[in-house]
Design a protein around this ligand. Structure first.
Ligand code: PEP
Ligand code: MG
Length: 588
C-alpha cells in the first residue's frame, strides 16, 4: 500500500479501479511538401479546422444543456481560436512556404498564442491549457489518430492523470467515475471546479502519482484527508467501504427538499443560514439543503470558466437570473477577489496573498471593476441583491469603492436603466486592520461579513493553503476570537447586521461560539446547512453567552477547543456527537 498526499478540492471518498488517462500530444515533425501539393494541403487544413470547430460547438451545446452554460463556457476560447480568420491566413502562409498542414497549424498557433504569453493582465493561465487542448484536437484530426476520451471510462473507475484538458473534463460522468486524482492542478483549476460541481471526490497536485501506476489496480481517493491510496490493504478497503457507506447515508439524510425555514435558537433568537456558492448552477443545492439565500457568491469562478473578463452584459445576465431564481431570498454578490490563491492574471508575485488581490487589482483596472459594478447594480432590479467588497483594509478603500459604485449608478441613470437605489452595500472583514477599526467603518456600510479564512490567515501569519503549517491555522486562536467579537460588537453598536462567511461558520464548535457572540447570519457550503440548522435549533443564546465569556479567558487555541468540546457536549447532550467529532467540520 502506498499513500500519496495532494490537495483535496472536493469532499467525499471514492474507491475503484485505476483508469489512466493520458492525452499525449501527437508527435509532430517539420515536414516539407512539394509545391504542387500546396493548394490541396490548404484545403485539407481548412476542412479539418472547420470540422473540429463544429465538433467543439456541438459539444458546447450538449454540455450547456446538461450541465449549464457555465460549463459550456469552458470551450469558448477553443471555439474562438478556431474561428479567428488570422489563424487560417497564417496557416495558409506557412503552407505556401511548403510546410505540411500539421506543422503549419502548430506554427501558426504558437504565433497566435504569443501575445497571450506576453501580456500581463487578461492572461488567465488556464487559457494556455485551452490552446494546447485545441491544438492537439486539430492535430489528431489531421493525422486521423483515434481520440482517447474520458467518456470511455468503465464503471467504478478512479481517473488518474497528469492533467485533464478542459474539453475532456466536461465529459466526466459522475455515474461512472468514483474519484479523480491528477499530478498537477490546484483549488481553482478547471478540474477542481468541475469535480466540485459534479460532487466527484478529487485530490489534485499529487506528485509522482503516475509513477509505476497501471490500469485496473485498486485505488482510493480520499478527498476528506487529501490522500490517494494505491494498492490499499484489505483492512484499509474495509475501513473505507464503511466510511463511504456512512457518507452516502448521511448525504441522503441531509436532503430536505423543504423551502427554507426560519432558524431560531431555543430562546428565540433568529439566525439567517445562507450558502456560499461559486457557480450559479449550485443554486439547486440551496433548495436541496434548505439555505436561506446566498451569503457569498464568489464571482471569480465565473471569470475563470470564461477565461477572460466577462462583459457587463454577460455578467448582468448571470447575476439577474440568479437573483430571480432566489427571490425573495438574498443574493450577496462579492466583487472579484482575483489574486491570492485564486484566478490569476499572468503575473507572478513573490507573496500573492499580500499582493495585488481583489479591490487592489480592481482599483488599478477601473474598467473591469465598473463592468462588474454596473452588472450587479442592474441585477438588483430583479431580486434581493446586495453587493460586498472583499479584502478591505482601510476606510479609504471603502470610500474609493463606493465612489466607483456611485459612478456606476450614475452611468445607469444616464442610460435609463433600472436598479434598486436602496441596494445594501457591505464589506468582508477579513484583514486584521479592518477588524481593529471596525467601529470606524460601520457608518460607511450596511453590513459586515467576516471572512474567517483570511482573517485567521492574516492574523496568525499562516498561509491558509500550506499543509506543512496547517496545525497553526486555527479560528479558535484567542487573537482571532478577539477580532471577531470586536467586529460583531462594533456592527451591533451601529445597528448594522454582521455575518460570517468563512469556513468557521460551518464548524460544529464555531457555530455555537459565533451565535453566542451575537452573529446575525452564517453562510456556508450548501451541504453544511442542515447541520448548522440542527445546532442552532438546539442551543440557547443566553447559555452560549456565558460560554463565550469563559472562552475569552483562555490564551491558547488548544485550550479553547478543549473547553468548547467539553462544555458544549455537556450542555447539549443531544448534539454531543457533533461537538466531539474528531474532524472539526460540520459537513460530510
Ligand atoms: C474568507 O476569507 O473567509 C472567505 C470567505 O473568502 P475566501 O475564502 O473566498 O477568501
Ligand atoms: Mg477571503
Amino acid at each position: 500500500m502506498k499513500i500519496i498526499r495532494g490537495i483535496a478540492v472536493s469532499g467525499g471518498i471514492g474507491m475503484g479501479t485505476a483508469f489512466l488517462f493520458t492525452s499525449n500530444p501527437p508527435e509532430l515533425k517539420k515536414v516539407k511538401i512539394p509545391e504542387s501539393n500546396v493548394e490541396t494541403e490548404k484545403e485539407r487544413l481548412s476542412k479539418v479546422i472547420a470540422s473540429t470547430r463544429k465538433e467543439l460547438t456541438d459539444l458546447q451545446v450538449k454540455i450547456s444543456k446538461f450541465l449549464g452554460n457555465e460549463f459550456g463556457d469552458f470551450l469558448e476560447v477553443q471555439i474562438q481560436t478556431l474561428s479567428d480568420p488570422a489563424l487560417l491566413s497564417i496557416c495558409h502562409r506557412n503552407i505556401g512556404d511548403s510546410y505540411s498542414a500539421e506543422y503549419s497549424f502548430s506554427k501558426a498557433i504558437s504565433e497566435i498564442a504569443k501575445p497571450l504569453l506576453d501580456s500581463k493582465v487578461g492572461l488567465f493561465k488556464e487559457r494556455l491549457a485551452d490552446i494546447e487542448d485545441v491544438t492537439n484536437r486539430v492535430l489528431r484530426n489531421l493525422l486521423s489518430l483515434p481520440s482517447v476520451s474520458i467518456i470511455d471510462v468503465p464503471k467504478d473507475s478512479i481517473v488518474l492523470a497528469h492533467t485533464i484538458p478542459p474539453s475532456e473534463i466536461v465529459l466526466l460522468d459522475s455515474r461512472k467515475v468514483n474519484g479523480l486524482a491528477t499530478e498537477i492542478g490546484g483549488r481553482t483549476s478547471h478540474i477542481a471546479i468541475i469535480a466540485k460541481a459534479l460532487e466527484i471526490p478529487a485530490v489534485l497536485g499529487v506528485e509522482h502519482l503516475l509513477d509505476n501506476m497501471k490500469n485496473d489496480e485498486p485505488v482510493v481517493v480520499d478527498a476528506q484527508r487529501g490522500q490517494v491510496i494505491l494498492a490499499p490493504t484489505s483492512r484499509r478497503i474495509q475501513m473505507y467501504s464503511q466510511e463511504i457507506k456512512a457518507y452516502k447515508e448521511r448525504r441522503k439524510s441531509l436532503i430536505t427538499k423543504k423551502p427554507p425555514q426560519t432558524v431560531i435558537t431555543r430562546d428565540e433568537h433568529k439566525i439567517d443560514v445562507s450558502a456560499n456558492i461559486e457557480l450559479t448552477s449550485e443554486i439547486y443545492a440551496l433548495e436541496r439543503y434548505g439555505a436561506n439565500g446566498v451569503g457569498l457568491f464568489r464571482t471569480e469562478y465565473l471569470f475563470l470558466t470564461k477565461r477572460r473578463f466577462p462583459t457587463e452584459e454577460e455578467q448582468y445576465r448571470i447575476y439577474s437570473e440568479a437573483a430571480m431564481q432566489l427571490k425573495p431570498h438574498p443574493l450577496i454578490i462579492r466583487t472579484l477577489d482575483i489574486g491570492g490563491d485564486k484566478v490569476f492574471p499572468g503575473y507572478e508575485e513573490a507573496n500573492p496573498f499580500l499582493g495585488w488581490r481583489a479591490v487592489r487589482f480592481l482599483f488599478d483596472n477601473e474598467e473591469i471593476f465598473l463592468d462588474q459594478l454596473r452588472a450587479i447594480v442592474r441585477a438588483s432590479a430583479h431580486g434581493s441583491v446586495k453587493i460586498m467588497f472583499p479584502m478591505i483594509s482601510s476606510l479609504s478603500e471603502i470610500r474609493f469603492a463606493r465612489r466607483l459604485l456611485d459612478s456606476a449608478k450614475e452611468q445607469l441613470r444616464d442610460r435609463g436603466q433600472r436598479f434598486d437605489p436602496e441596494m445594501e452595500v457591505g464589506i468582508m472583514v477579513e484583514i486584521p486592520s479592518a477588524a481593529l477599526l471596525a467601529d470606524r467603518l460601520t457608518e460607511h456600510v450596511d453590513f459586515f461579513s467576516i471572512g474567517t479564512n483570511d482573517l485567521t490567515q492574516y492574523t496568525l501569519a499562516v498561509d491558509r493553503g500550506n499543509e506543512k503549517i496547517s496545525a497553526l491555522f486555527s479560528h479558535y486562536h484567542p487573537a482571532v476570537l478577539q477580532l471577531i467579537r470586536r467586529v460583531i460588537g462594533a456592527g451591533h453598536k451601529a445597528h448594522i447586521w454582521v455575518g460570517v462567511c468563512g469556513e468557521m461558520a460551518a464548524e460544529p464548535l464555531g457555530i455555537p461560539l459565533l451565535v453566542g457572540m451575537g452573529v446575525d447570519e452564517l453562510s456556508m457550503t450548501p451541504c453544511a446547512v442542515p447541520f448548522a440548522c440542527k445546532i442552532i435549533r438546539g442551543v440557547r443564546v443566553d447559555e452560549l453567552r456565558k460560554i463565550v465569556s469563559k472562552v475569552m479567558e483562555y490564551s491558547t487555541a488548544t485550550d479553547v477547543v478543549r473547553y468548547l468540546r467539553r462544555k458544549l457536549s455537556r450542555t447539549y447532550p443531544d448534539l454531543a456527537k457533533l461537538f466531539l467529532e474528531r474532524k472539526n467540520v460540520c459537513y460530510l
